[in-house]
Design a protein around this ligand. Structure first.
Ligand code: CA
Length: 723
């Protein structure tokens, strides 16, 4: 911390409150680099992005900018927490709710005197925290006449989503904020997300033009993982009749189009529909006539779909660019431009037909990449195109440093302020990526590492490795992992991958995991979420597996006698490992509570179920401690040594637990984390565990619970918490 502050002070001098830069974070959804002219891709001459381009011309454009997890919610969680998905708890859009009680960029800026606002798409399920003002779309939101939510409730607004978000943002800048304070405004568009619905003033914009298609639109997925063929995101097969392709009425060609209708069209008023129909109907009728006449080959049908898709996509970008233009203009006329950092980015890239796809998720370049353009007058040199790799987890540390604030040690991203200031060429040698899988689009879970020249991917389900040479095969058409010529590169990349996973603490014990397929488990979880909400503030929380759950059964009498007189919350779940506890905490069981103390006992199932490496189990325990410390710094944690198991002290599982305890002892600081080792009370002098203490040599009987209750009560007294 001190070092960071010192470096910062040397670099840019002390940051005075009055000088702290404003931050205008302009953000969109699914914006591919190829759809920004400044990136010079396939649509460099066509992409309607003069204002976005201008940010790069007056500032810098990062070509090697990547996300940590290529889907909407998770990428946003990475950005505001500065952490990888497994550390911020928002792994996928399927089941997760973002735990807003954790430390985030807006909260830290707000705490340091910034005015903070969030306008547009949020998509993290829980209510935004850390913003003085928020005005957001519910979930994905709509393009036409969308509803918005703010603290007062939900309201429908007539108009086009991108324009409304811009209007609301300008209104806050002009009338909503305290002009004496610096600001963070996160202006976050829905566009150009599916279903790519342009503004009425833009529809038909590329009429009669044929836009270029990618060379690998008809990729056959040879020479790569078998999982590529299983996806459901292909231009040829997976576009829907109404939602994606904008036909009306009944799906005439179910073999070519999936069934989903165009809900956006249904939201339009009569006037809007009239303008829409005048453009889309003639084109649609022409295509359908050719279809009915049997004139189109499969290839031609796919190419027609691609044209419909890419034109609509680029036209939604056009409105986003106009929005950027309006905001840049306001910064100039108001005099704010000089001291405002302007960033343009999107939650991830997108496939514009590459590999035959739309959508994202894969670690292949087009959706791994995020646009990142930044203008900061007087700091970022105009026209720069830094070679440095950056990642979305780096934004929070960078912006905190830019605001003269310390970067919390638990943030995993790395500030690239030195690159922005021209003091360094790069800050990292490689980036780590992890996609945890969702039901939608059937993309297999995978993770990997990317250097400036190569990319390694790993698919855990099929245990496949993929290696790509990004210099000689930029389209990633052939994995060279089995090519002897790449043996040393493959070995190096695997080492880099292992190193990154170790650095970011990625392993099964740390990655939050639900057991939602087990009915009793998810039911108990729901009850505990409700109990946590109602609990107000329990004095004591008991966190763990079956042994903790047992306070409600064999240990009930002992529990009631020792702790029954005060508010308590039992978060023990039979069979849980560290990863399950983490999932429960992230998903509502730790509902903003600030207990006086927590009894934590977890790990024996990591040992018992999979004989997990003790260093991994210990990392899982540490992640639980970090979780509590981040949300409730005053809570005292009694870290129970994992209880001895098995009769014999030389039993393999006993020894694994011993090793977990040895490693976890290093987390004890006698200030926030205290140790309680019941081993000596439960074991005989020679280390034997008796069935009189634990009848199944794993779980306690009533008498043993009494011993544990007594020891816990004494420990609580010792650390200043009255039991
Ligand atoms: Ca997205």
């Amino acid at each position: 911390m001190l070092r960071i502050l010192l470096v910062l002070a040397l670099a840019i001098g002390p940051v005075r409150a009055a000088d702290r830069p404003n931050i205008l974070f302009l953000f969109s959804d699914d914006h591919a680099l190829a759809a920004i002219s400044a990136y010079g891709g396939r649509y460099a001459e066509i992409a309607p992005t003069p204002h976005i381009d201008r940010i790069g011309q007056e500032g810098a454009l990062f070509r090697r900018s990547f996300c940590a997890n290529s889907i909407c919610g998770p990428s946003r969680a990475c950005i505001i927490t500065g952490k990888h998905s497994h550390k911020n708890g928002y792994l996928s859009n399927d089941f997760d709710t973002f735990d807003g009680n954790q430390s985030t960029l807006p909260k830290l800026l707000q705490g340091a005197g910034y005015q903070t606002a969030l306008i547009g798409k949020w998509h993290l399920v829980s209510e935004p925290q850390g913003f003085d003002h928020w005005h957001i779309l519910p979930g994905q939101g709509n393009y036409y006449n969308p509803q918005f939510i703010n603290a007062q409730g939900t309201k429908r607004h007539e108009g086009y989503c991108t324009d409304l978000i811009t209007d609301f943002s300008l209104d806050w800048l002009k009338n909503g904020r305290d002009p004496k304070k610096p600001f963070l405004l996160m202006c976050q568009h829905k566009a150009p997300h599916r279903n790519w619905t342009p503004a009425l003033r833009h529809i038909g914009g590329y009429k009669d033009k044929t836009l270029p298609q990618p060379a690998n639109l008809f990729d056959n997925y040879d020479n790569r993982s078998s999982s590529l063929k299983l996806q459901q995101m292909s231009v040829a097969k997976d576009f829907s009749w109404g939602h994606d392709m904008k036909f009306r009425g009944k799906n005439e060609w179910p073999a070519h189009f999936t069934a989903l209708g165009n809900g956006e069209y249904e939201r339009m008023n009569g006037e809007q529909k009239k303008i829409w129909d005048a453009v889309y109907d003639p084109e649609n009728q022409q295509f359908l006539a050719q279809m009915r006449a049997g004139k189109l080959s499969e290839k031609q049908i796919t190419e027609w779909k691609f044209q419909r898709y890419i034109k609509d996509y680029l036209l939604t970008v056009k409105a986003v660019d106009e929005s950027v233009g309006r905001l840049l203009e306001y910064l100039e006329t108001s005099g704010l431009a000089k001291n405002t950092i302007v960033i343009y980015s999107a939650d991830q890239g997108f496939y514009l037909g590459e590999h035959g796809w739309y959508d994202k998720r894969w670690m292949f370049e087009e959706s791994l990449a995020m646009p990142f353009l930044i203008r900061w007058p007087g700091v970022v040199k105009a026209g720069g195109k830094p070679e440095s790799m950056i990642q979305n987890i780096d934004y929070a540390p960078t912006l905190l440093e830019a605001a003269g604030l310390p970067v919390p040690a638990r943030m995993q991203g790395k500030s690239f302020l030195p690159v922005l200031q021209g003091r360094k060429d790069k800050t990292v040698e490689s980036v780590y990526y992890a996609y945890y899988g969702e039901n939608t689009h059937r993309v297999a879970a995978h993770d990997g590492v990317r250097t400036a020249t190569h990319k390694l991917m790993h698919f855990p389900t099929t245990k496949e490795w993929q290696l790509f040479d990004l210099i000689n095969d930029p389209q990633e058409m052939k994995s060279v992992h089995a090519d002897p010529a790449y043996a040393s590169v493959f070995a190096f990349m695997k080492k880099e991958y292992a190193q990154k996973r170790s650095e970011y603490e990625v392993n099964d014990a740390v990655v939050p995991k639900d057991r939602s397929k087990e009915e009793w488990w998810i039911q108990r979880h729901r009850e505990k979420v409700q109990e946590s909400k109602k609990a107000g503030n329990p004095d004591l929380v008991f966190l763990g597996d079956s042994i903790t759950q047992g306070w409600e059964a064999a240990g009930k009498q002992a529990f009631d006698a020792s702790f029954g007189s005060r508010p308590t919350l039992n978060l023990g779940f039979s069979g849980d490992r560290t990863q399950h506890v983490l999932w429960r905490l992230f998903n509502g069981e730790w509902n903003g509570i600030q207990p006086k103390a927590v009894s934590l006992l977890i790990g024996t199932n990591n040992t018992g179920h999979v004989k997990q490496n003790p260093s991994e189990t210990a990392m899982g325990v540490k992640q639980i401690i970090d979780f509590i410390r981040d949300r409730s710094p005053e809570t005292k944690i009694i870290l129970n040594d994992v209880f001895p198991r098995s009769a014999n002290k030389d039993d393999e599982m006993r020894k694994l637990n011993d090793e977990v305890n040895r490693l976890c002892a290093t987390y004890v600081d006698q200030q926030h984390v205290f140790r309680l080792d019941m081993g000596p009370q439960f074991l005989q002098a020679d280390g034997t565990l008796s069935k009189e203490v634990m009848p199944d040599l794993l779980h306690l009987n009533a008498a043993s619970y009494e011993k544990w209750a007594k020891a816990l009560a004494e420990k609580l007294k010792e650390i200043g918490v009255q039991p």
